[in-house]
Design a protein around this ligand. Structure first.
Ligand code: PMP
Length: 404
């Protein structure tokens, strides 16, 4: 059973006040709050285990290594990868995409080759491809969308050519909440012999992800958006692809032998993990994944679906409300504008009422250009939010709207 009051007790920060008002935290798309057990895991490891991983013969180093590699297994199970060789720890989604853009670009792309992305990408799935374009002269093709915020799959099909080398698309839009049909899109790409990277930053926190079922070639996500710590994330990749990719960074850990003439690289996944990993964060990430697994990803998805539907219904009662992103398959993100009230003004005044929302372009400026707006107000829900908090949001938006 999903006992929301009990769940909320796991998150100490939810009990605090801002400006003398109870905090209503609706900025989960940017980052999520941490349950006590995640923070405790970090404190415990620093106080009682801390030692650098992999290279030590001593007791603590071995214990830290066991925790770190155990976390890799937890991640593997969570996304149903075949092997821990397919789980690379990074700093987050951004680094995962940059890693792939660099390594895949180095090995498999040359001038005139093409990567397909979508209109609704976060900058972190646009700019790495532009950097590659500047280095190698590749071209970026963009999947268009309709006004509801759904990708046009017929147009997507038409973008493939002999020069298409990769599709890189977001699982869930951080602005519109659209859940893209990535399984179908991957199947289409595979018919053209093209691999797919999925940006799962907004996918993993909200519904069960099975990389084998999706048949994703690569899948990226961030720990901090799934109730884990900052500074750690994952790049999943099929072993047959990762084996063929060159390293992204050089340093300790990623080598087998080094002479001044020649270096041989370590096996997977270490080939892509130069330097000391954030092993404290990987432990804590595993505890976060344990936490959401114990609650049940399906229960979380159902709870958040209810909140999102309720929020959309209630917000629509407000005069001059414009909801942005009304895809049929939608995750727990609600973007909106009211009349000509600037999103920044709305966000600032809501903040004074204790309500934390995000405003602006949400690192998706090309999407803003497509929508013909500068920004939105965005409420994004997490597993601990309640209908009461939605009511507080709606009352807040009504109050601010009346002021203008
Ligand atoms: N992609 C999407 C869809 C996102 O929402 C975000 C975070 N807002 C990112 C990528 C980047 O994630 P991070 O900053 O954790 O690397």
């Amino acid at each position: 059973m999903y006992d929301i009051n009990k769940v909320r007790e796991d998150f100490p920060i939810l009990g605090r006040e801002v400006y003398g008002k109870p905090l209503v935290y609706l900025d989960n798309g940017a980052t999520t709050q941490k349950p006590r057990m995640v923070v405790d895991a970090m404190v415990d490891e620093y106080y009682s285990v801390n030692a650098n991983v992999h290279r030590g013969v001593h007791f603590l180093s071995q214990q830290a290594t066991e925790l770190h590699e155990g976390s890799r297994e937890t991640v593997r199970r969570f996304i149903n990868a075949r092997s821990t060789n397919e789980v690379i720890f990074t700093r987050g989604t951004t680094e995962s995409i940059n890693l792939l853009a660099f390594s895949f670009g180095e090995e498999f792309m040359s001038e005139g080759d093409e990567v397909i992305v979508s209109t609704m990408e976060h900058h972190s799935n646009i700019v790495p491809w532009q950097l590659l374009a500047a280095r190698k002269g590749i071209a970026i093709k963009v999947i268009p969308m309709n006004d509801q915020g759904e990708l046009l799959l017929d147009e997507y099909e038409k973008l493939f050519s002999e020069r298409t080398k990769l599709v890189s698309v977001t699982h869930v839009s951080n602005v519109l909440g659209t859940v893209n049909p990535v399984k179908q899109m991957i199947a289409t790409a595979h018919e053209h012999g093209v691999p797919v990277l999925v940006d799962g930053a907004q996918g993993v926190p909200h519904a069960a992800v099975d990389v084998q079922d999706l048949d994703a070639d690569f899948y990226a996500f961030s720990g901090h958006k799934v109730y884990g710590p900052t500074g750690v994330g994952v790049l999943y990749g099929k072993e047959e692809w990762l084996d063929r990719l060159p390293p992204y960074q050089g340093g300790g850990e990623m080598i087998q032998t080094v002479t001044f003439e020649k270096t041989t690289f370590n096996e997977l996944p270490f080939k892509f993990e130069a330097g000391t990993p954030d092993y404290i964060a990987t432990t804590a990430l595993a505890r976060a994944l344990d936490y959401v697994t114990a609650l049940g990803m399906d229960n979380i998805a159902a709870h958040e679906h209810d909140l999102t539907q309720y929020a959309m219904m209630r917000l629509k009662e407000i005069p001059n409300m414009r909801l942005i992103g009304e895809a049929e398959h939608k995750s727990s993100v609600v973007s909106f504008l009211v009349g000509d009230i600037h999103h920044f003004d709305m966000g600032t005044l809501l903040d004074r009422l204790g309500i934390a929302v995000r405003t602006g372009h949400h690192c998706a400026q090309p999407l803003m250009q497509r929508l013909g707006i500068e920004g939105t107000v965005r409420a994004s829900f997490g597993l601990y939010n309640t209908r009461d908090e939605v009511d507080i949001l709606v009352a807040g938006v009504e109050r601010v709207s009346r002021m203008f």
